[in-house]
Design a protein around this ligand. Sequence first.
Ligand code: NI
Ligand code: MN
Length: 221
Amino acid sequence: MDLTFLGHAGFLIESEKGNFLIDPFITGNPVCKIKPQDLPKIDYIFVTHTHGDHLGDAVEISKKHKSELVVMNEFALYLGQKGIKAHGINFGSFDFPFGKARFVQASHSSSLTDGNHIVYTGNPFGVVLSLEKTIYHAGDTGLISDFFLLKNYNIDYALMPCGGNYTMDVEDFLIASNMVGAKKYIPMHYNTFGLVDQTKYMDKLKKDNIIIMNPSDKIKL
Ligand code: NI
Ligand code: MN
């Protein structure tokens, strides 16, 4: 199976069990060189929360590809009011045709702007996908003791934010990497724009169990 970094917190997973997007912020993403029309047929889209840098192109792509859009329940209700179908979840798990997805705590917020209003869209989440390998996408989160619980899931690849300001920074990322129990860690949500610039700290991430992906990089898992 292949993992492609779209830049920021966006990933494409191409697996025998289907093609997945997580947080597909493509249009307007200053570091994403991949265009929506370059994507393969997408079966599932997971949106960890509805900030623009995560919701991104999710709704448009799901309409075009007839992908299953998996979001927090309150956002599914919001979309339903607009005539858009989505699979609403909450913390816990669900057996999808491809396997189990677990929805785990992320310490963050989730909202969007609708006209002059800020709409709250339920809790943000992290997701653990059981595919050929087990992949954890943390969404946006600060450092939380819940990371210790993830040891139970034998995670192969943990995609975690390290840009600071909105999420953990590099130092917290390193602390988290000693809690989650994953085989490999992949940093995300940094150096996309000035507020999340971690350039001066990046040397700290040069470790055997950390894979630094650049936007558009595709690796075999
Ligand atoms: Ni966010
Ligand atoms: Mn974000």
